[in-house]
Ligand binder design. Structure first.
Ligand SMILES: Nc1ncnc2c1ncn2[C@@H]1O[C@H](COP(=O)(O)OP(=O)(O)OP(=O)(O)O)[C@@H](O)[C@H]1O
Ligand SMILES: [Mg+2]
Length: 470
């Protein structure tokens, strides 16, 4: 609208001013008649424009809703089929589409009436000028030449006016779209960076939570007065029921959210004093929902550190057992993963994201349910590999399986945003509190199986390691 309208607007306005001056020079009486058309046109354009504005807003809103629904049904088409909701989706689409049709039809119709209405007003003025001008020529007060010239001017006069109305129309549609953009722009900004401290290349990885309070929404407190310290090189396991706030805790370390009060320190430096990029470059994170982008497996692993050589990528892939299944693929590391990552299994996806964290070689490692979709055997093998990775760096591990948790230096037991217990496996069992209850109910059976499995793997390394019992 700005590109096209501004230059045209300037031209139209200058033309109108020039013509008005000429009309007054020729005959001020006729000029007055011509000018009466102006406020009339303005009123008509104003009334129609304000109605069109509302309809345009509705048109863009429903366009957005319709597009959203189309995207949703495409990305979730498996679920739609599983639950037999095809007809339901079609009905909802039709409803939205009808709504869009109504809004667009209304908007086009109403805004389309601007031109004819303005033309009508200008023709009225034209008739007035012709009649009055004719009478004045007949009575000899005006020459025929002047009258003809004036009629020409009045014709020229309405054309730029029509153009201005057309531009107003275009702007209205633009403003309606802009309203939706402004909703996004008006969202709260994230706090500006302070970046008063720059961390050295290699950090110790000491993380300390000091009286941290945090909630996603004001009326629902989540983390309250949470304090703990993770020593350099230690593995901190976080356990607790679903919704306890485990993911939230590690998100706070990454500074995805701002604390309500309290502080988190990395090597004794408040993380709000670091730039977000600096902080995050020190942390490698494997998220609960594994994310791969469209590209080769090699590229997906290298995403952890872009200057990693092919050898480094393959070494990481070997350590995380990605190599094993990649070899079976015809294109190997050049196998393309599609955008939704549907051509690798959920477990393979997780292994690739772990390899990515391996390549990044960060000071601080966060694994959020990183191996939840991998079979128990592969998980144990990955655990062993990760033990090496975890050795000289602090790591936070969220897992439901005991084998990971048992060997951790510190176990934090979370319930409803609180740390209800902390200590290592032995002391927590002895304390006979929440951890012991969790252990007895959830893990007691599993541990026997896991231990048997671990034994069999230890005894016979390699793919034939499973004993028939397991
Ligand atoms: N972005 C968000 N906005 C509002 N509430 C949220 C948000 N993310 C999580 N929550 C809420 O915060 C609570 C803790 O969520 P969190 O993801 O930390 O749980 P969790 O311990 O990681 O659970 P799980 O074991 O299922 O992964 C939950 O009650 C959840 O509904
Ligand atoms: Mg979680």
């Amino acid at each position: 609208a700005l590109q096209q309208a501004i230059s045209q607007l300037l031209q139209s306005v200058l033309t109108v001013i020039g013509i008005v001056i000429m009309m007054f020079i020729v005959s001020w009486q006729l000029a007055l008649i011509a000018l009466i058309a102006l406020p009339l046109s303005a009123i008509a354009a104003g009334v129609i424009g304000s109605r069109a504005q509302g309809l345009f807003t509705r048109q863009w809103k429903t366009t957005g809703a319709l597009n959203g629904q189309i995207e949703e049904s495409f990305s979730g088409h498996e679920l739609v089929k599983v639950f037999g909701r095809e007809q339901d989706m079609v009905t909802r689409f039709t409803e939205r589409n009808d709504e869009l049709f109504d809004a667009s039809f209304g908007a086009q119709f109403v805004s389309g009436t601007i031109f004819p209405v303005m033309n009508f007003v200008s023709y009225l003025a034209y008739v007035g000028i012709a009649v009055v001008g004719g009478l004045r020529v007949a009575s000899g007060q005006l020459s025929l030449g002047d009258a003809t010239a004036f009629i020409q001017y009045s014709r020229e006069f309405t054309q730029p006016l029509g153009q201005i109305a057309g531009m107003a129309n275009m702007l209205q549609s633009g403003v309606a779209s802009a309203e939706r953009t402004f909703e996004l722009l008006d969202a709260d900004e994230q706090k500006p960076e302070q970046a008063t401290v720059v961390l050295p290349e290699r950090t110790d990885g000491r993380v300390e939570f000091k009286n941290v309070y945090f909630s996603y929404t004001q009326d629902k407190p989540l983390i309250e007065d949470l304090s703990f310290e993770a020593h350099p090189g230690h593995t901190v396991a976080i356990v607790g029921p679903t919704g306890a706030g485990k993911t939230t805790l590690v998100n706070l370390v990454m500074r995805f959210y701002e604390l309500n009060s309290g502080s988190i320190e990395l090597d004794g430096v408040d993380i709000t004093e670091l730039s977000r990029a600096d902080l995050r470059s020190k942390v490698g994170m494997v998220l609960q929902d594994a994310w791969l982008f469209g590209g080769s497996i090699m590229e997906n692993i290298r995403y952890g550190r872009l200057d990693a050589s092919d050898e480094e990528v393959i070494a990481a892939a070997k350590a995380t057992f990605v190599d094993r299944f990649v070899r079976a693929l015809p294109d190997g590391y050049n196998t393309l993963i599609d955008e939704e990552g549907t051509n690798v299994s959920a477990g393979e996806k997780q292994l690739i994201t772990i390899a990515r964290a391996f390549v990044a070689n960060p000071s601080l490692l966060i694994l959020d349910e990183a191996t939840s979709s991998v079979d128990t055997r592969t998980e144990l093998l990955v655990q062993n590999a990760m033990a090496a990775l975890r050795q000289d760096r602090t790591s936070f591990v969220i897992a439901h399986r005991l084998s990971t948790i048992r060997d951790a230096d510190t176990i934090l037991v979370m319930e409803e945003g609180q740390i209800v217990e902390q200590g290592n496996h032995a002391t927590l069992l002895e304390a006979d509190g929440a951890y012991a209850r969790l252990y007895n109910s959830q893990f007691a059976g599993a541990i026997v199986e896991e231990e048997a499995l671990a034994d069999s793997i230890a005894k016979v390394a390699g793919p034939q390691g499973d004993s028939p019992r397991v």
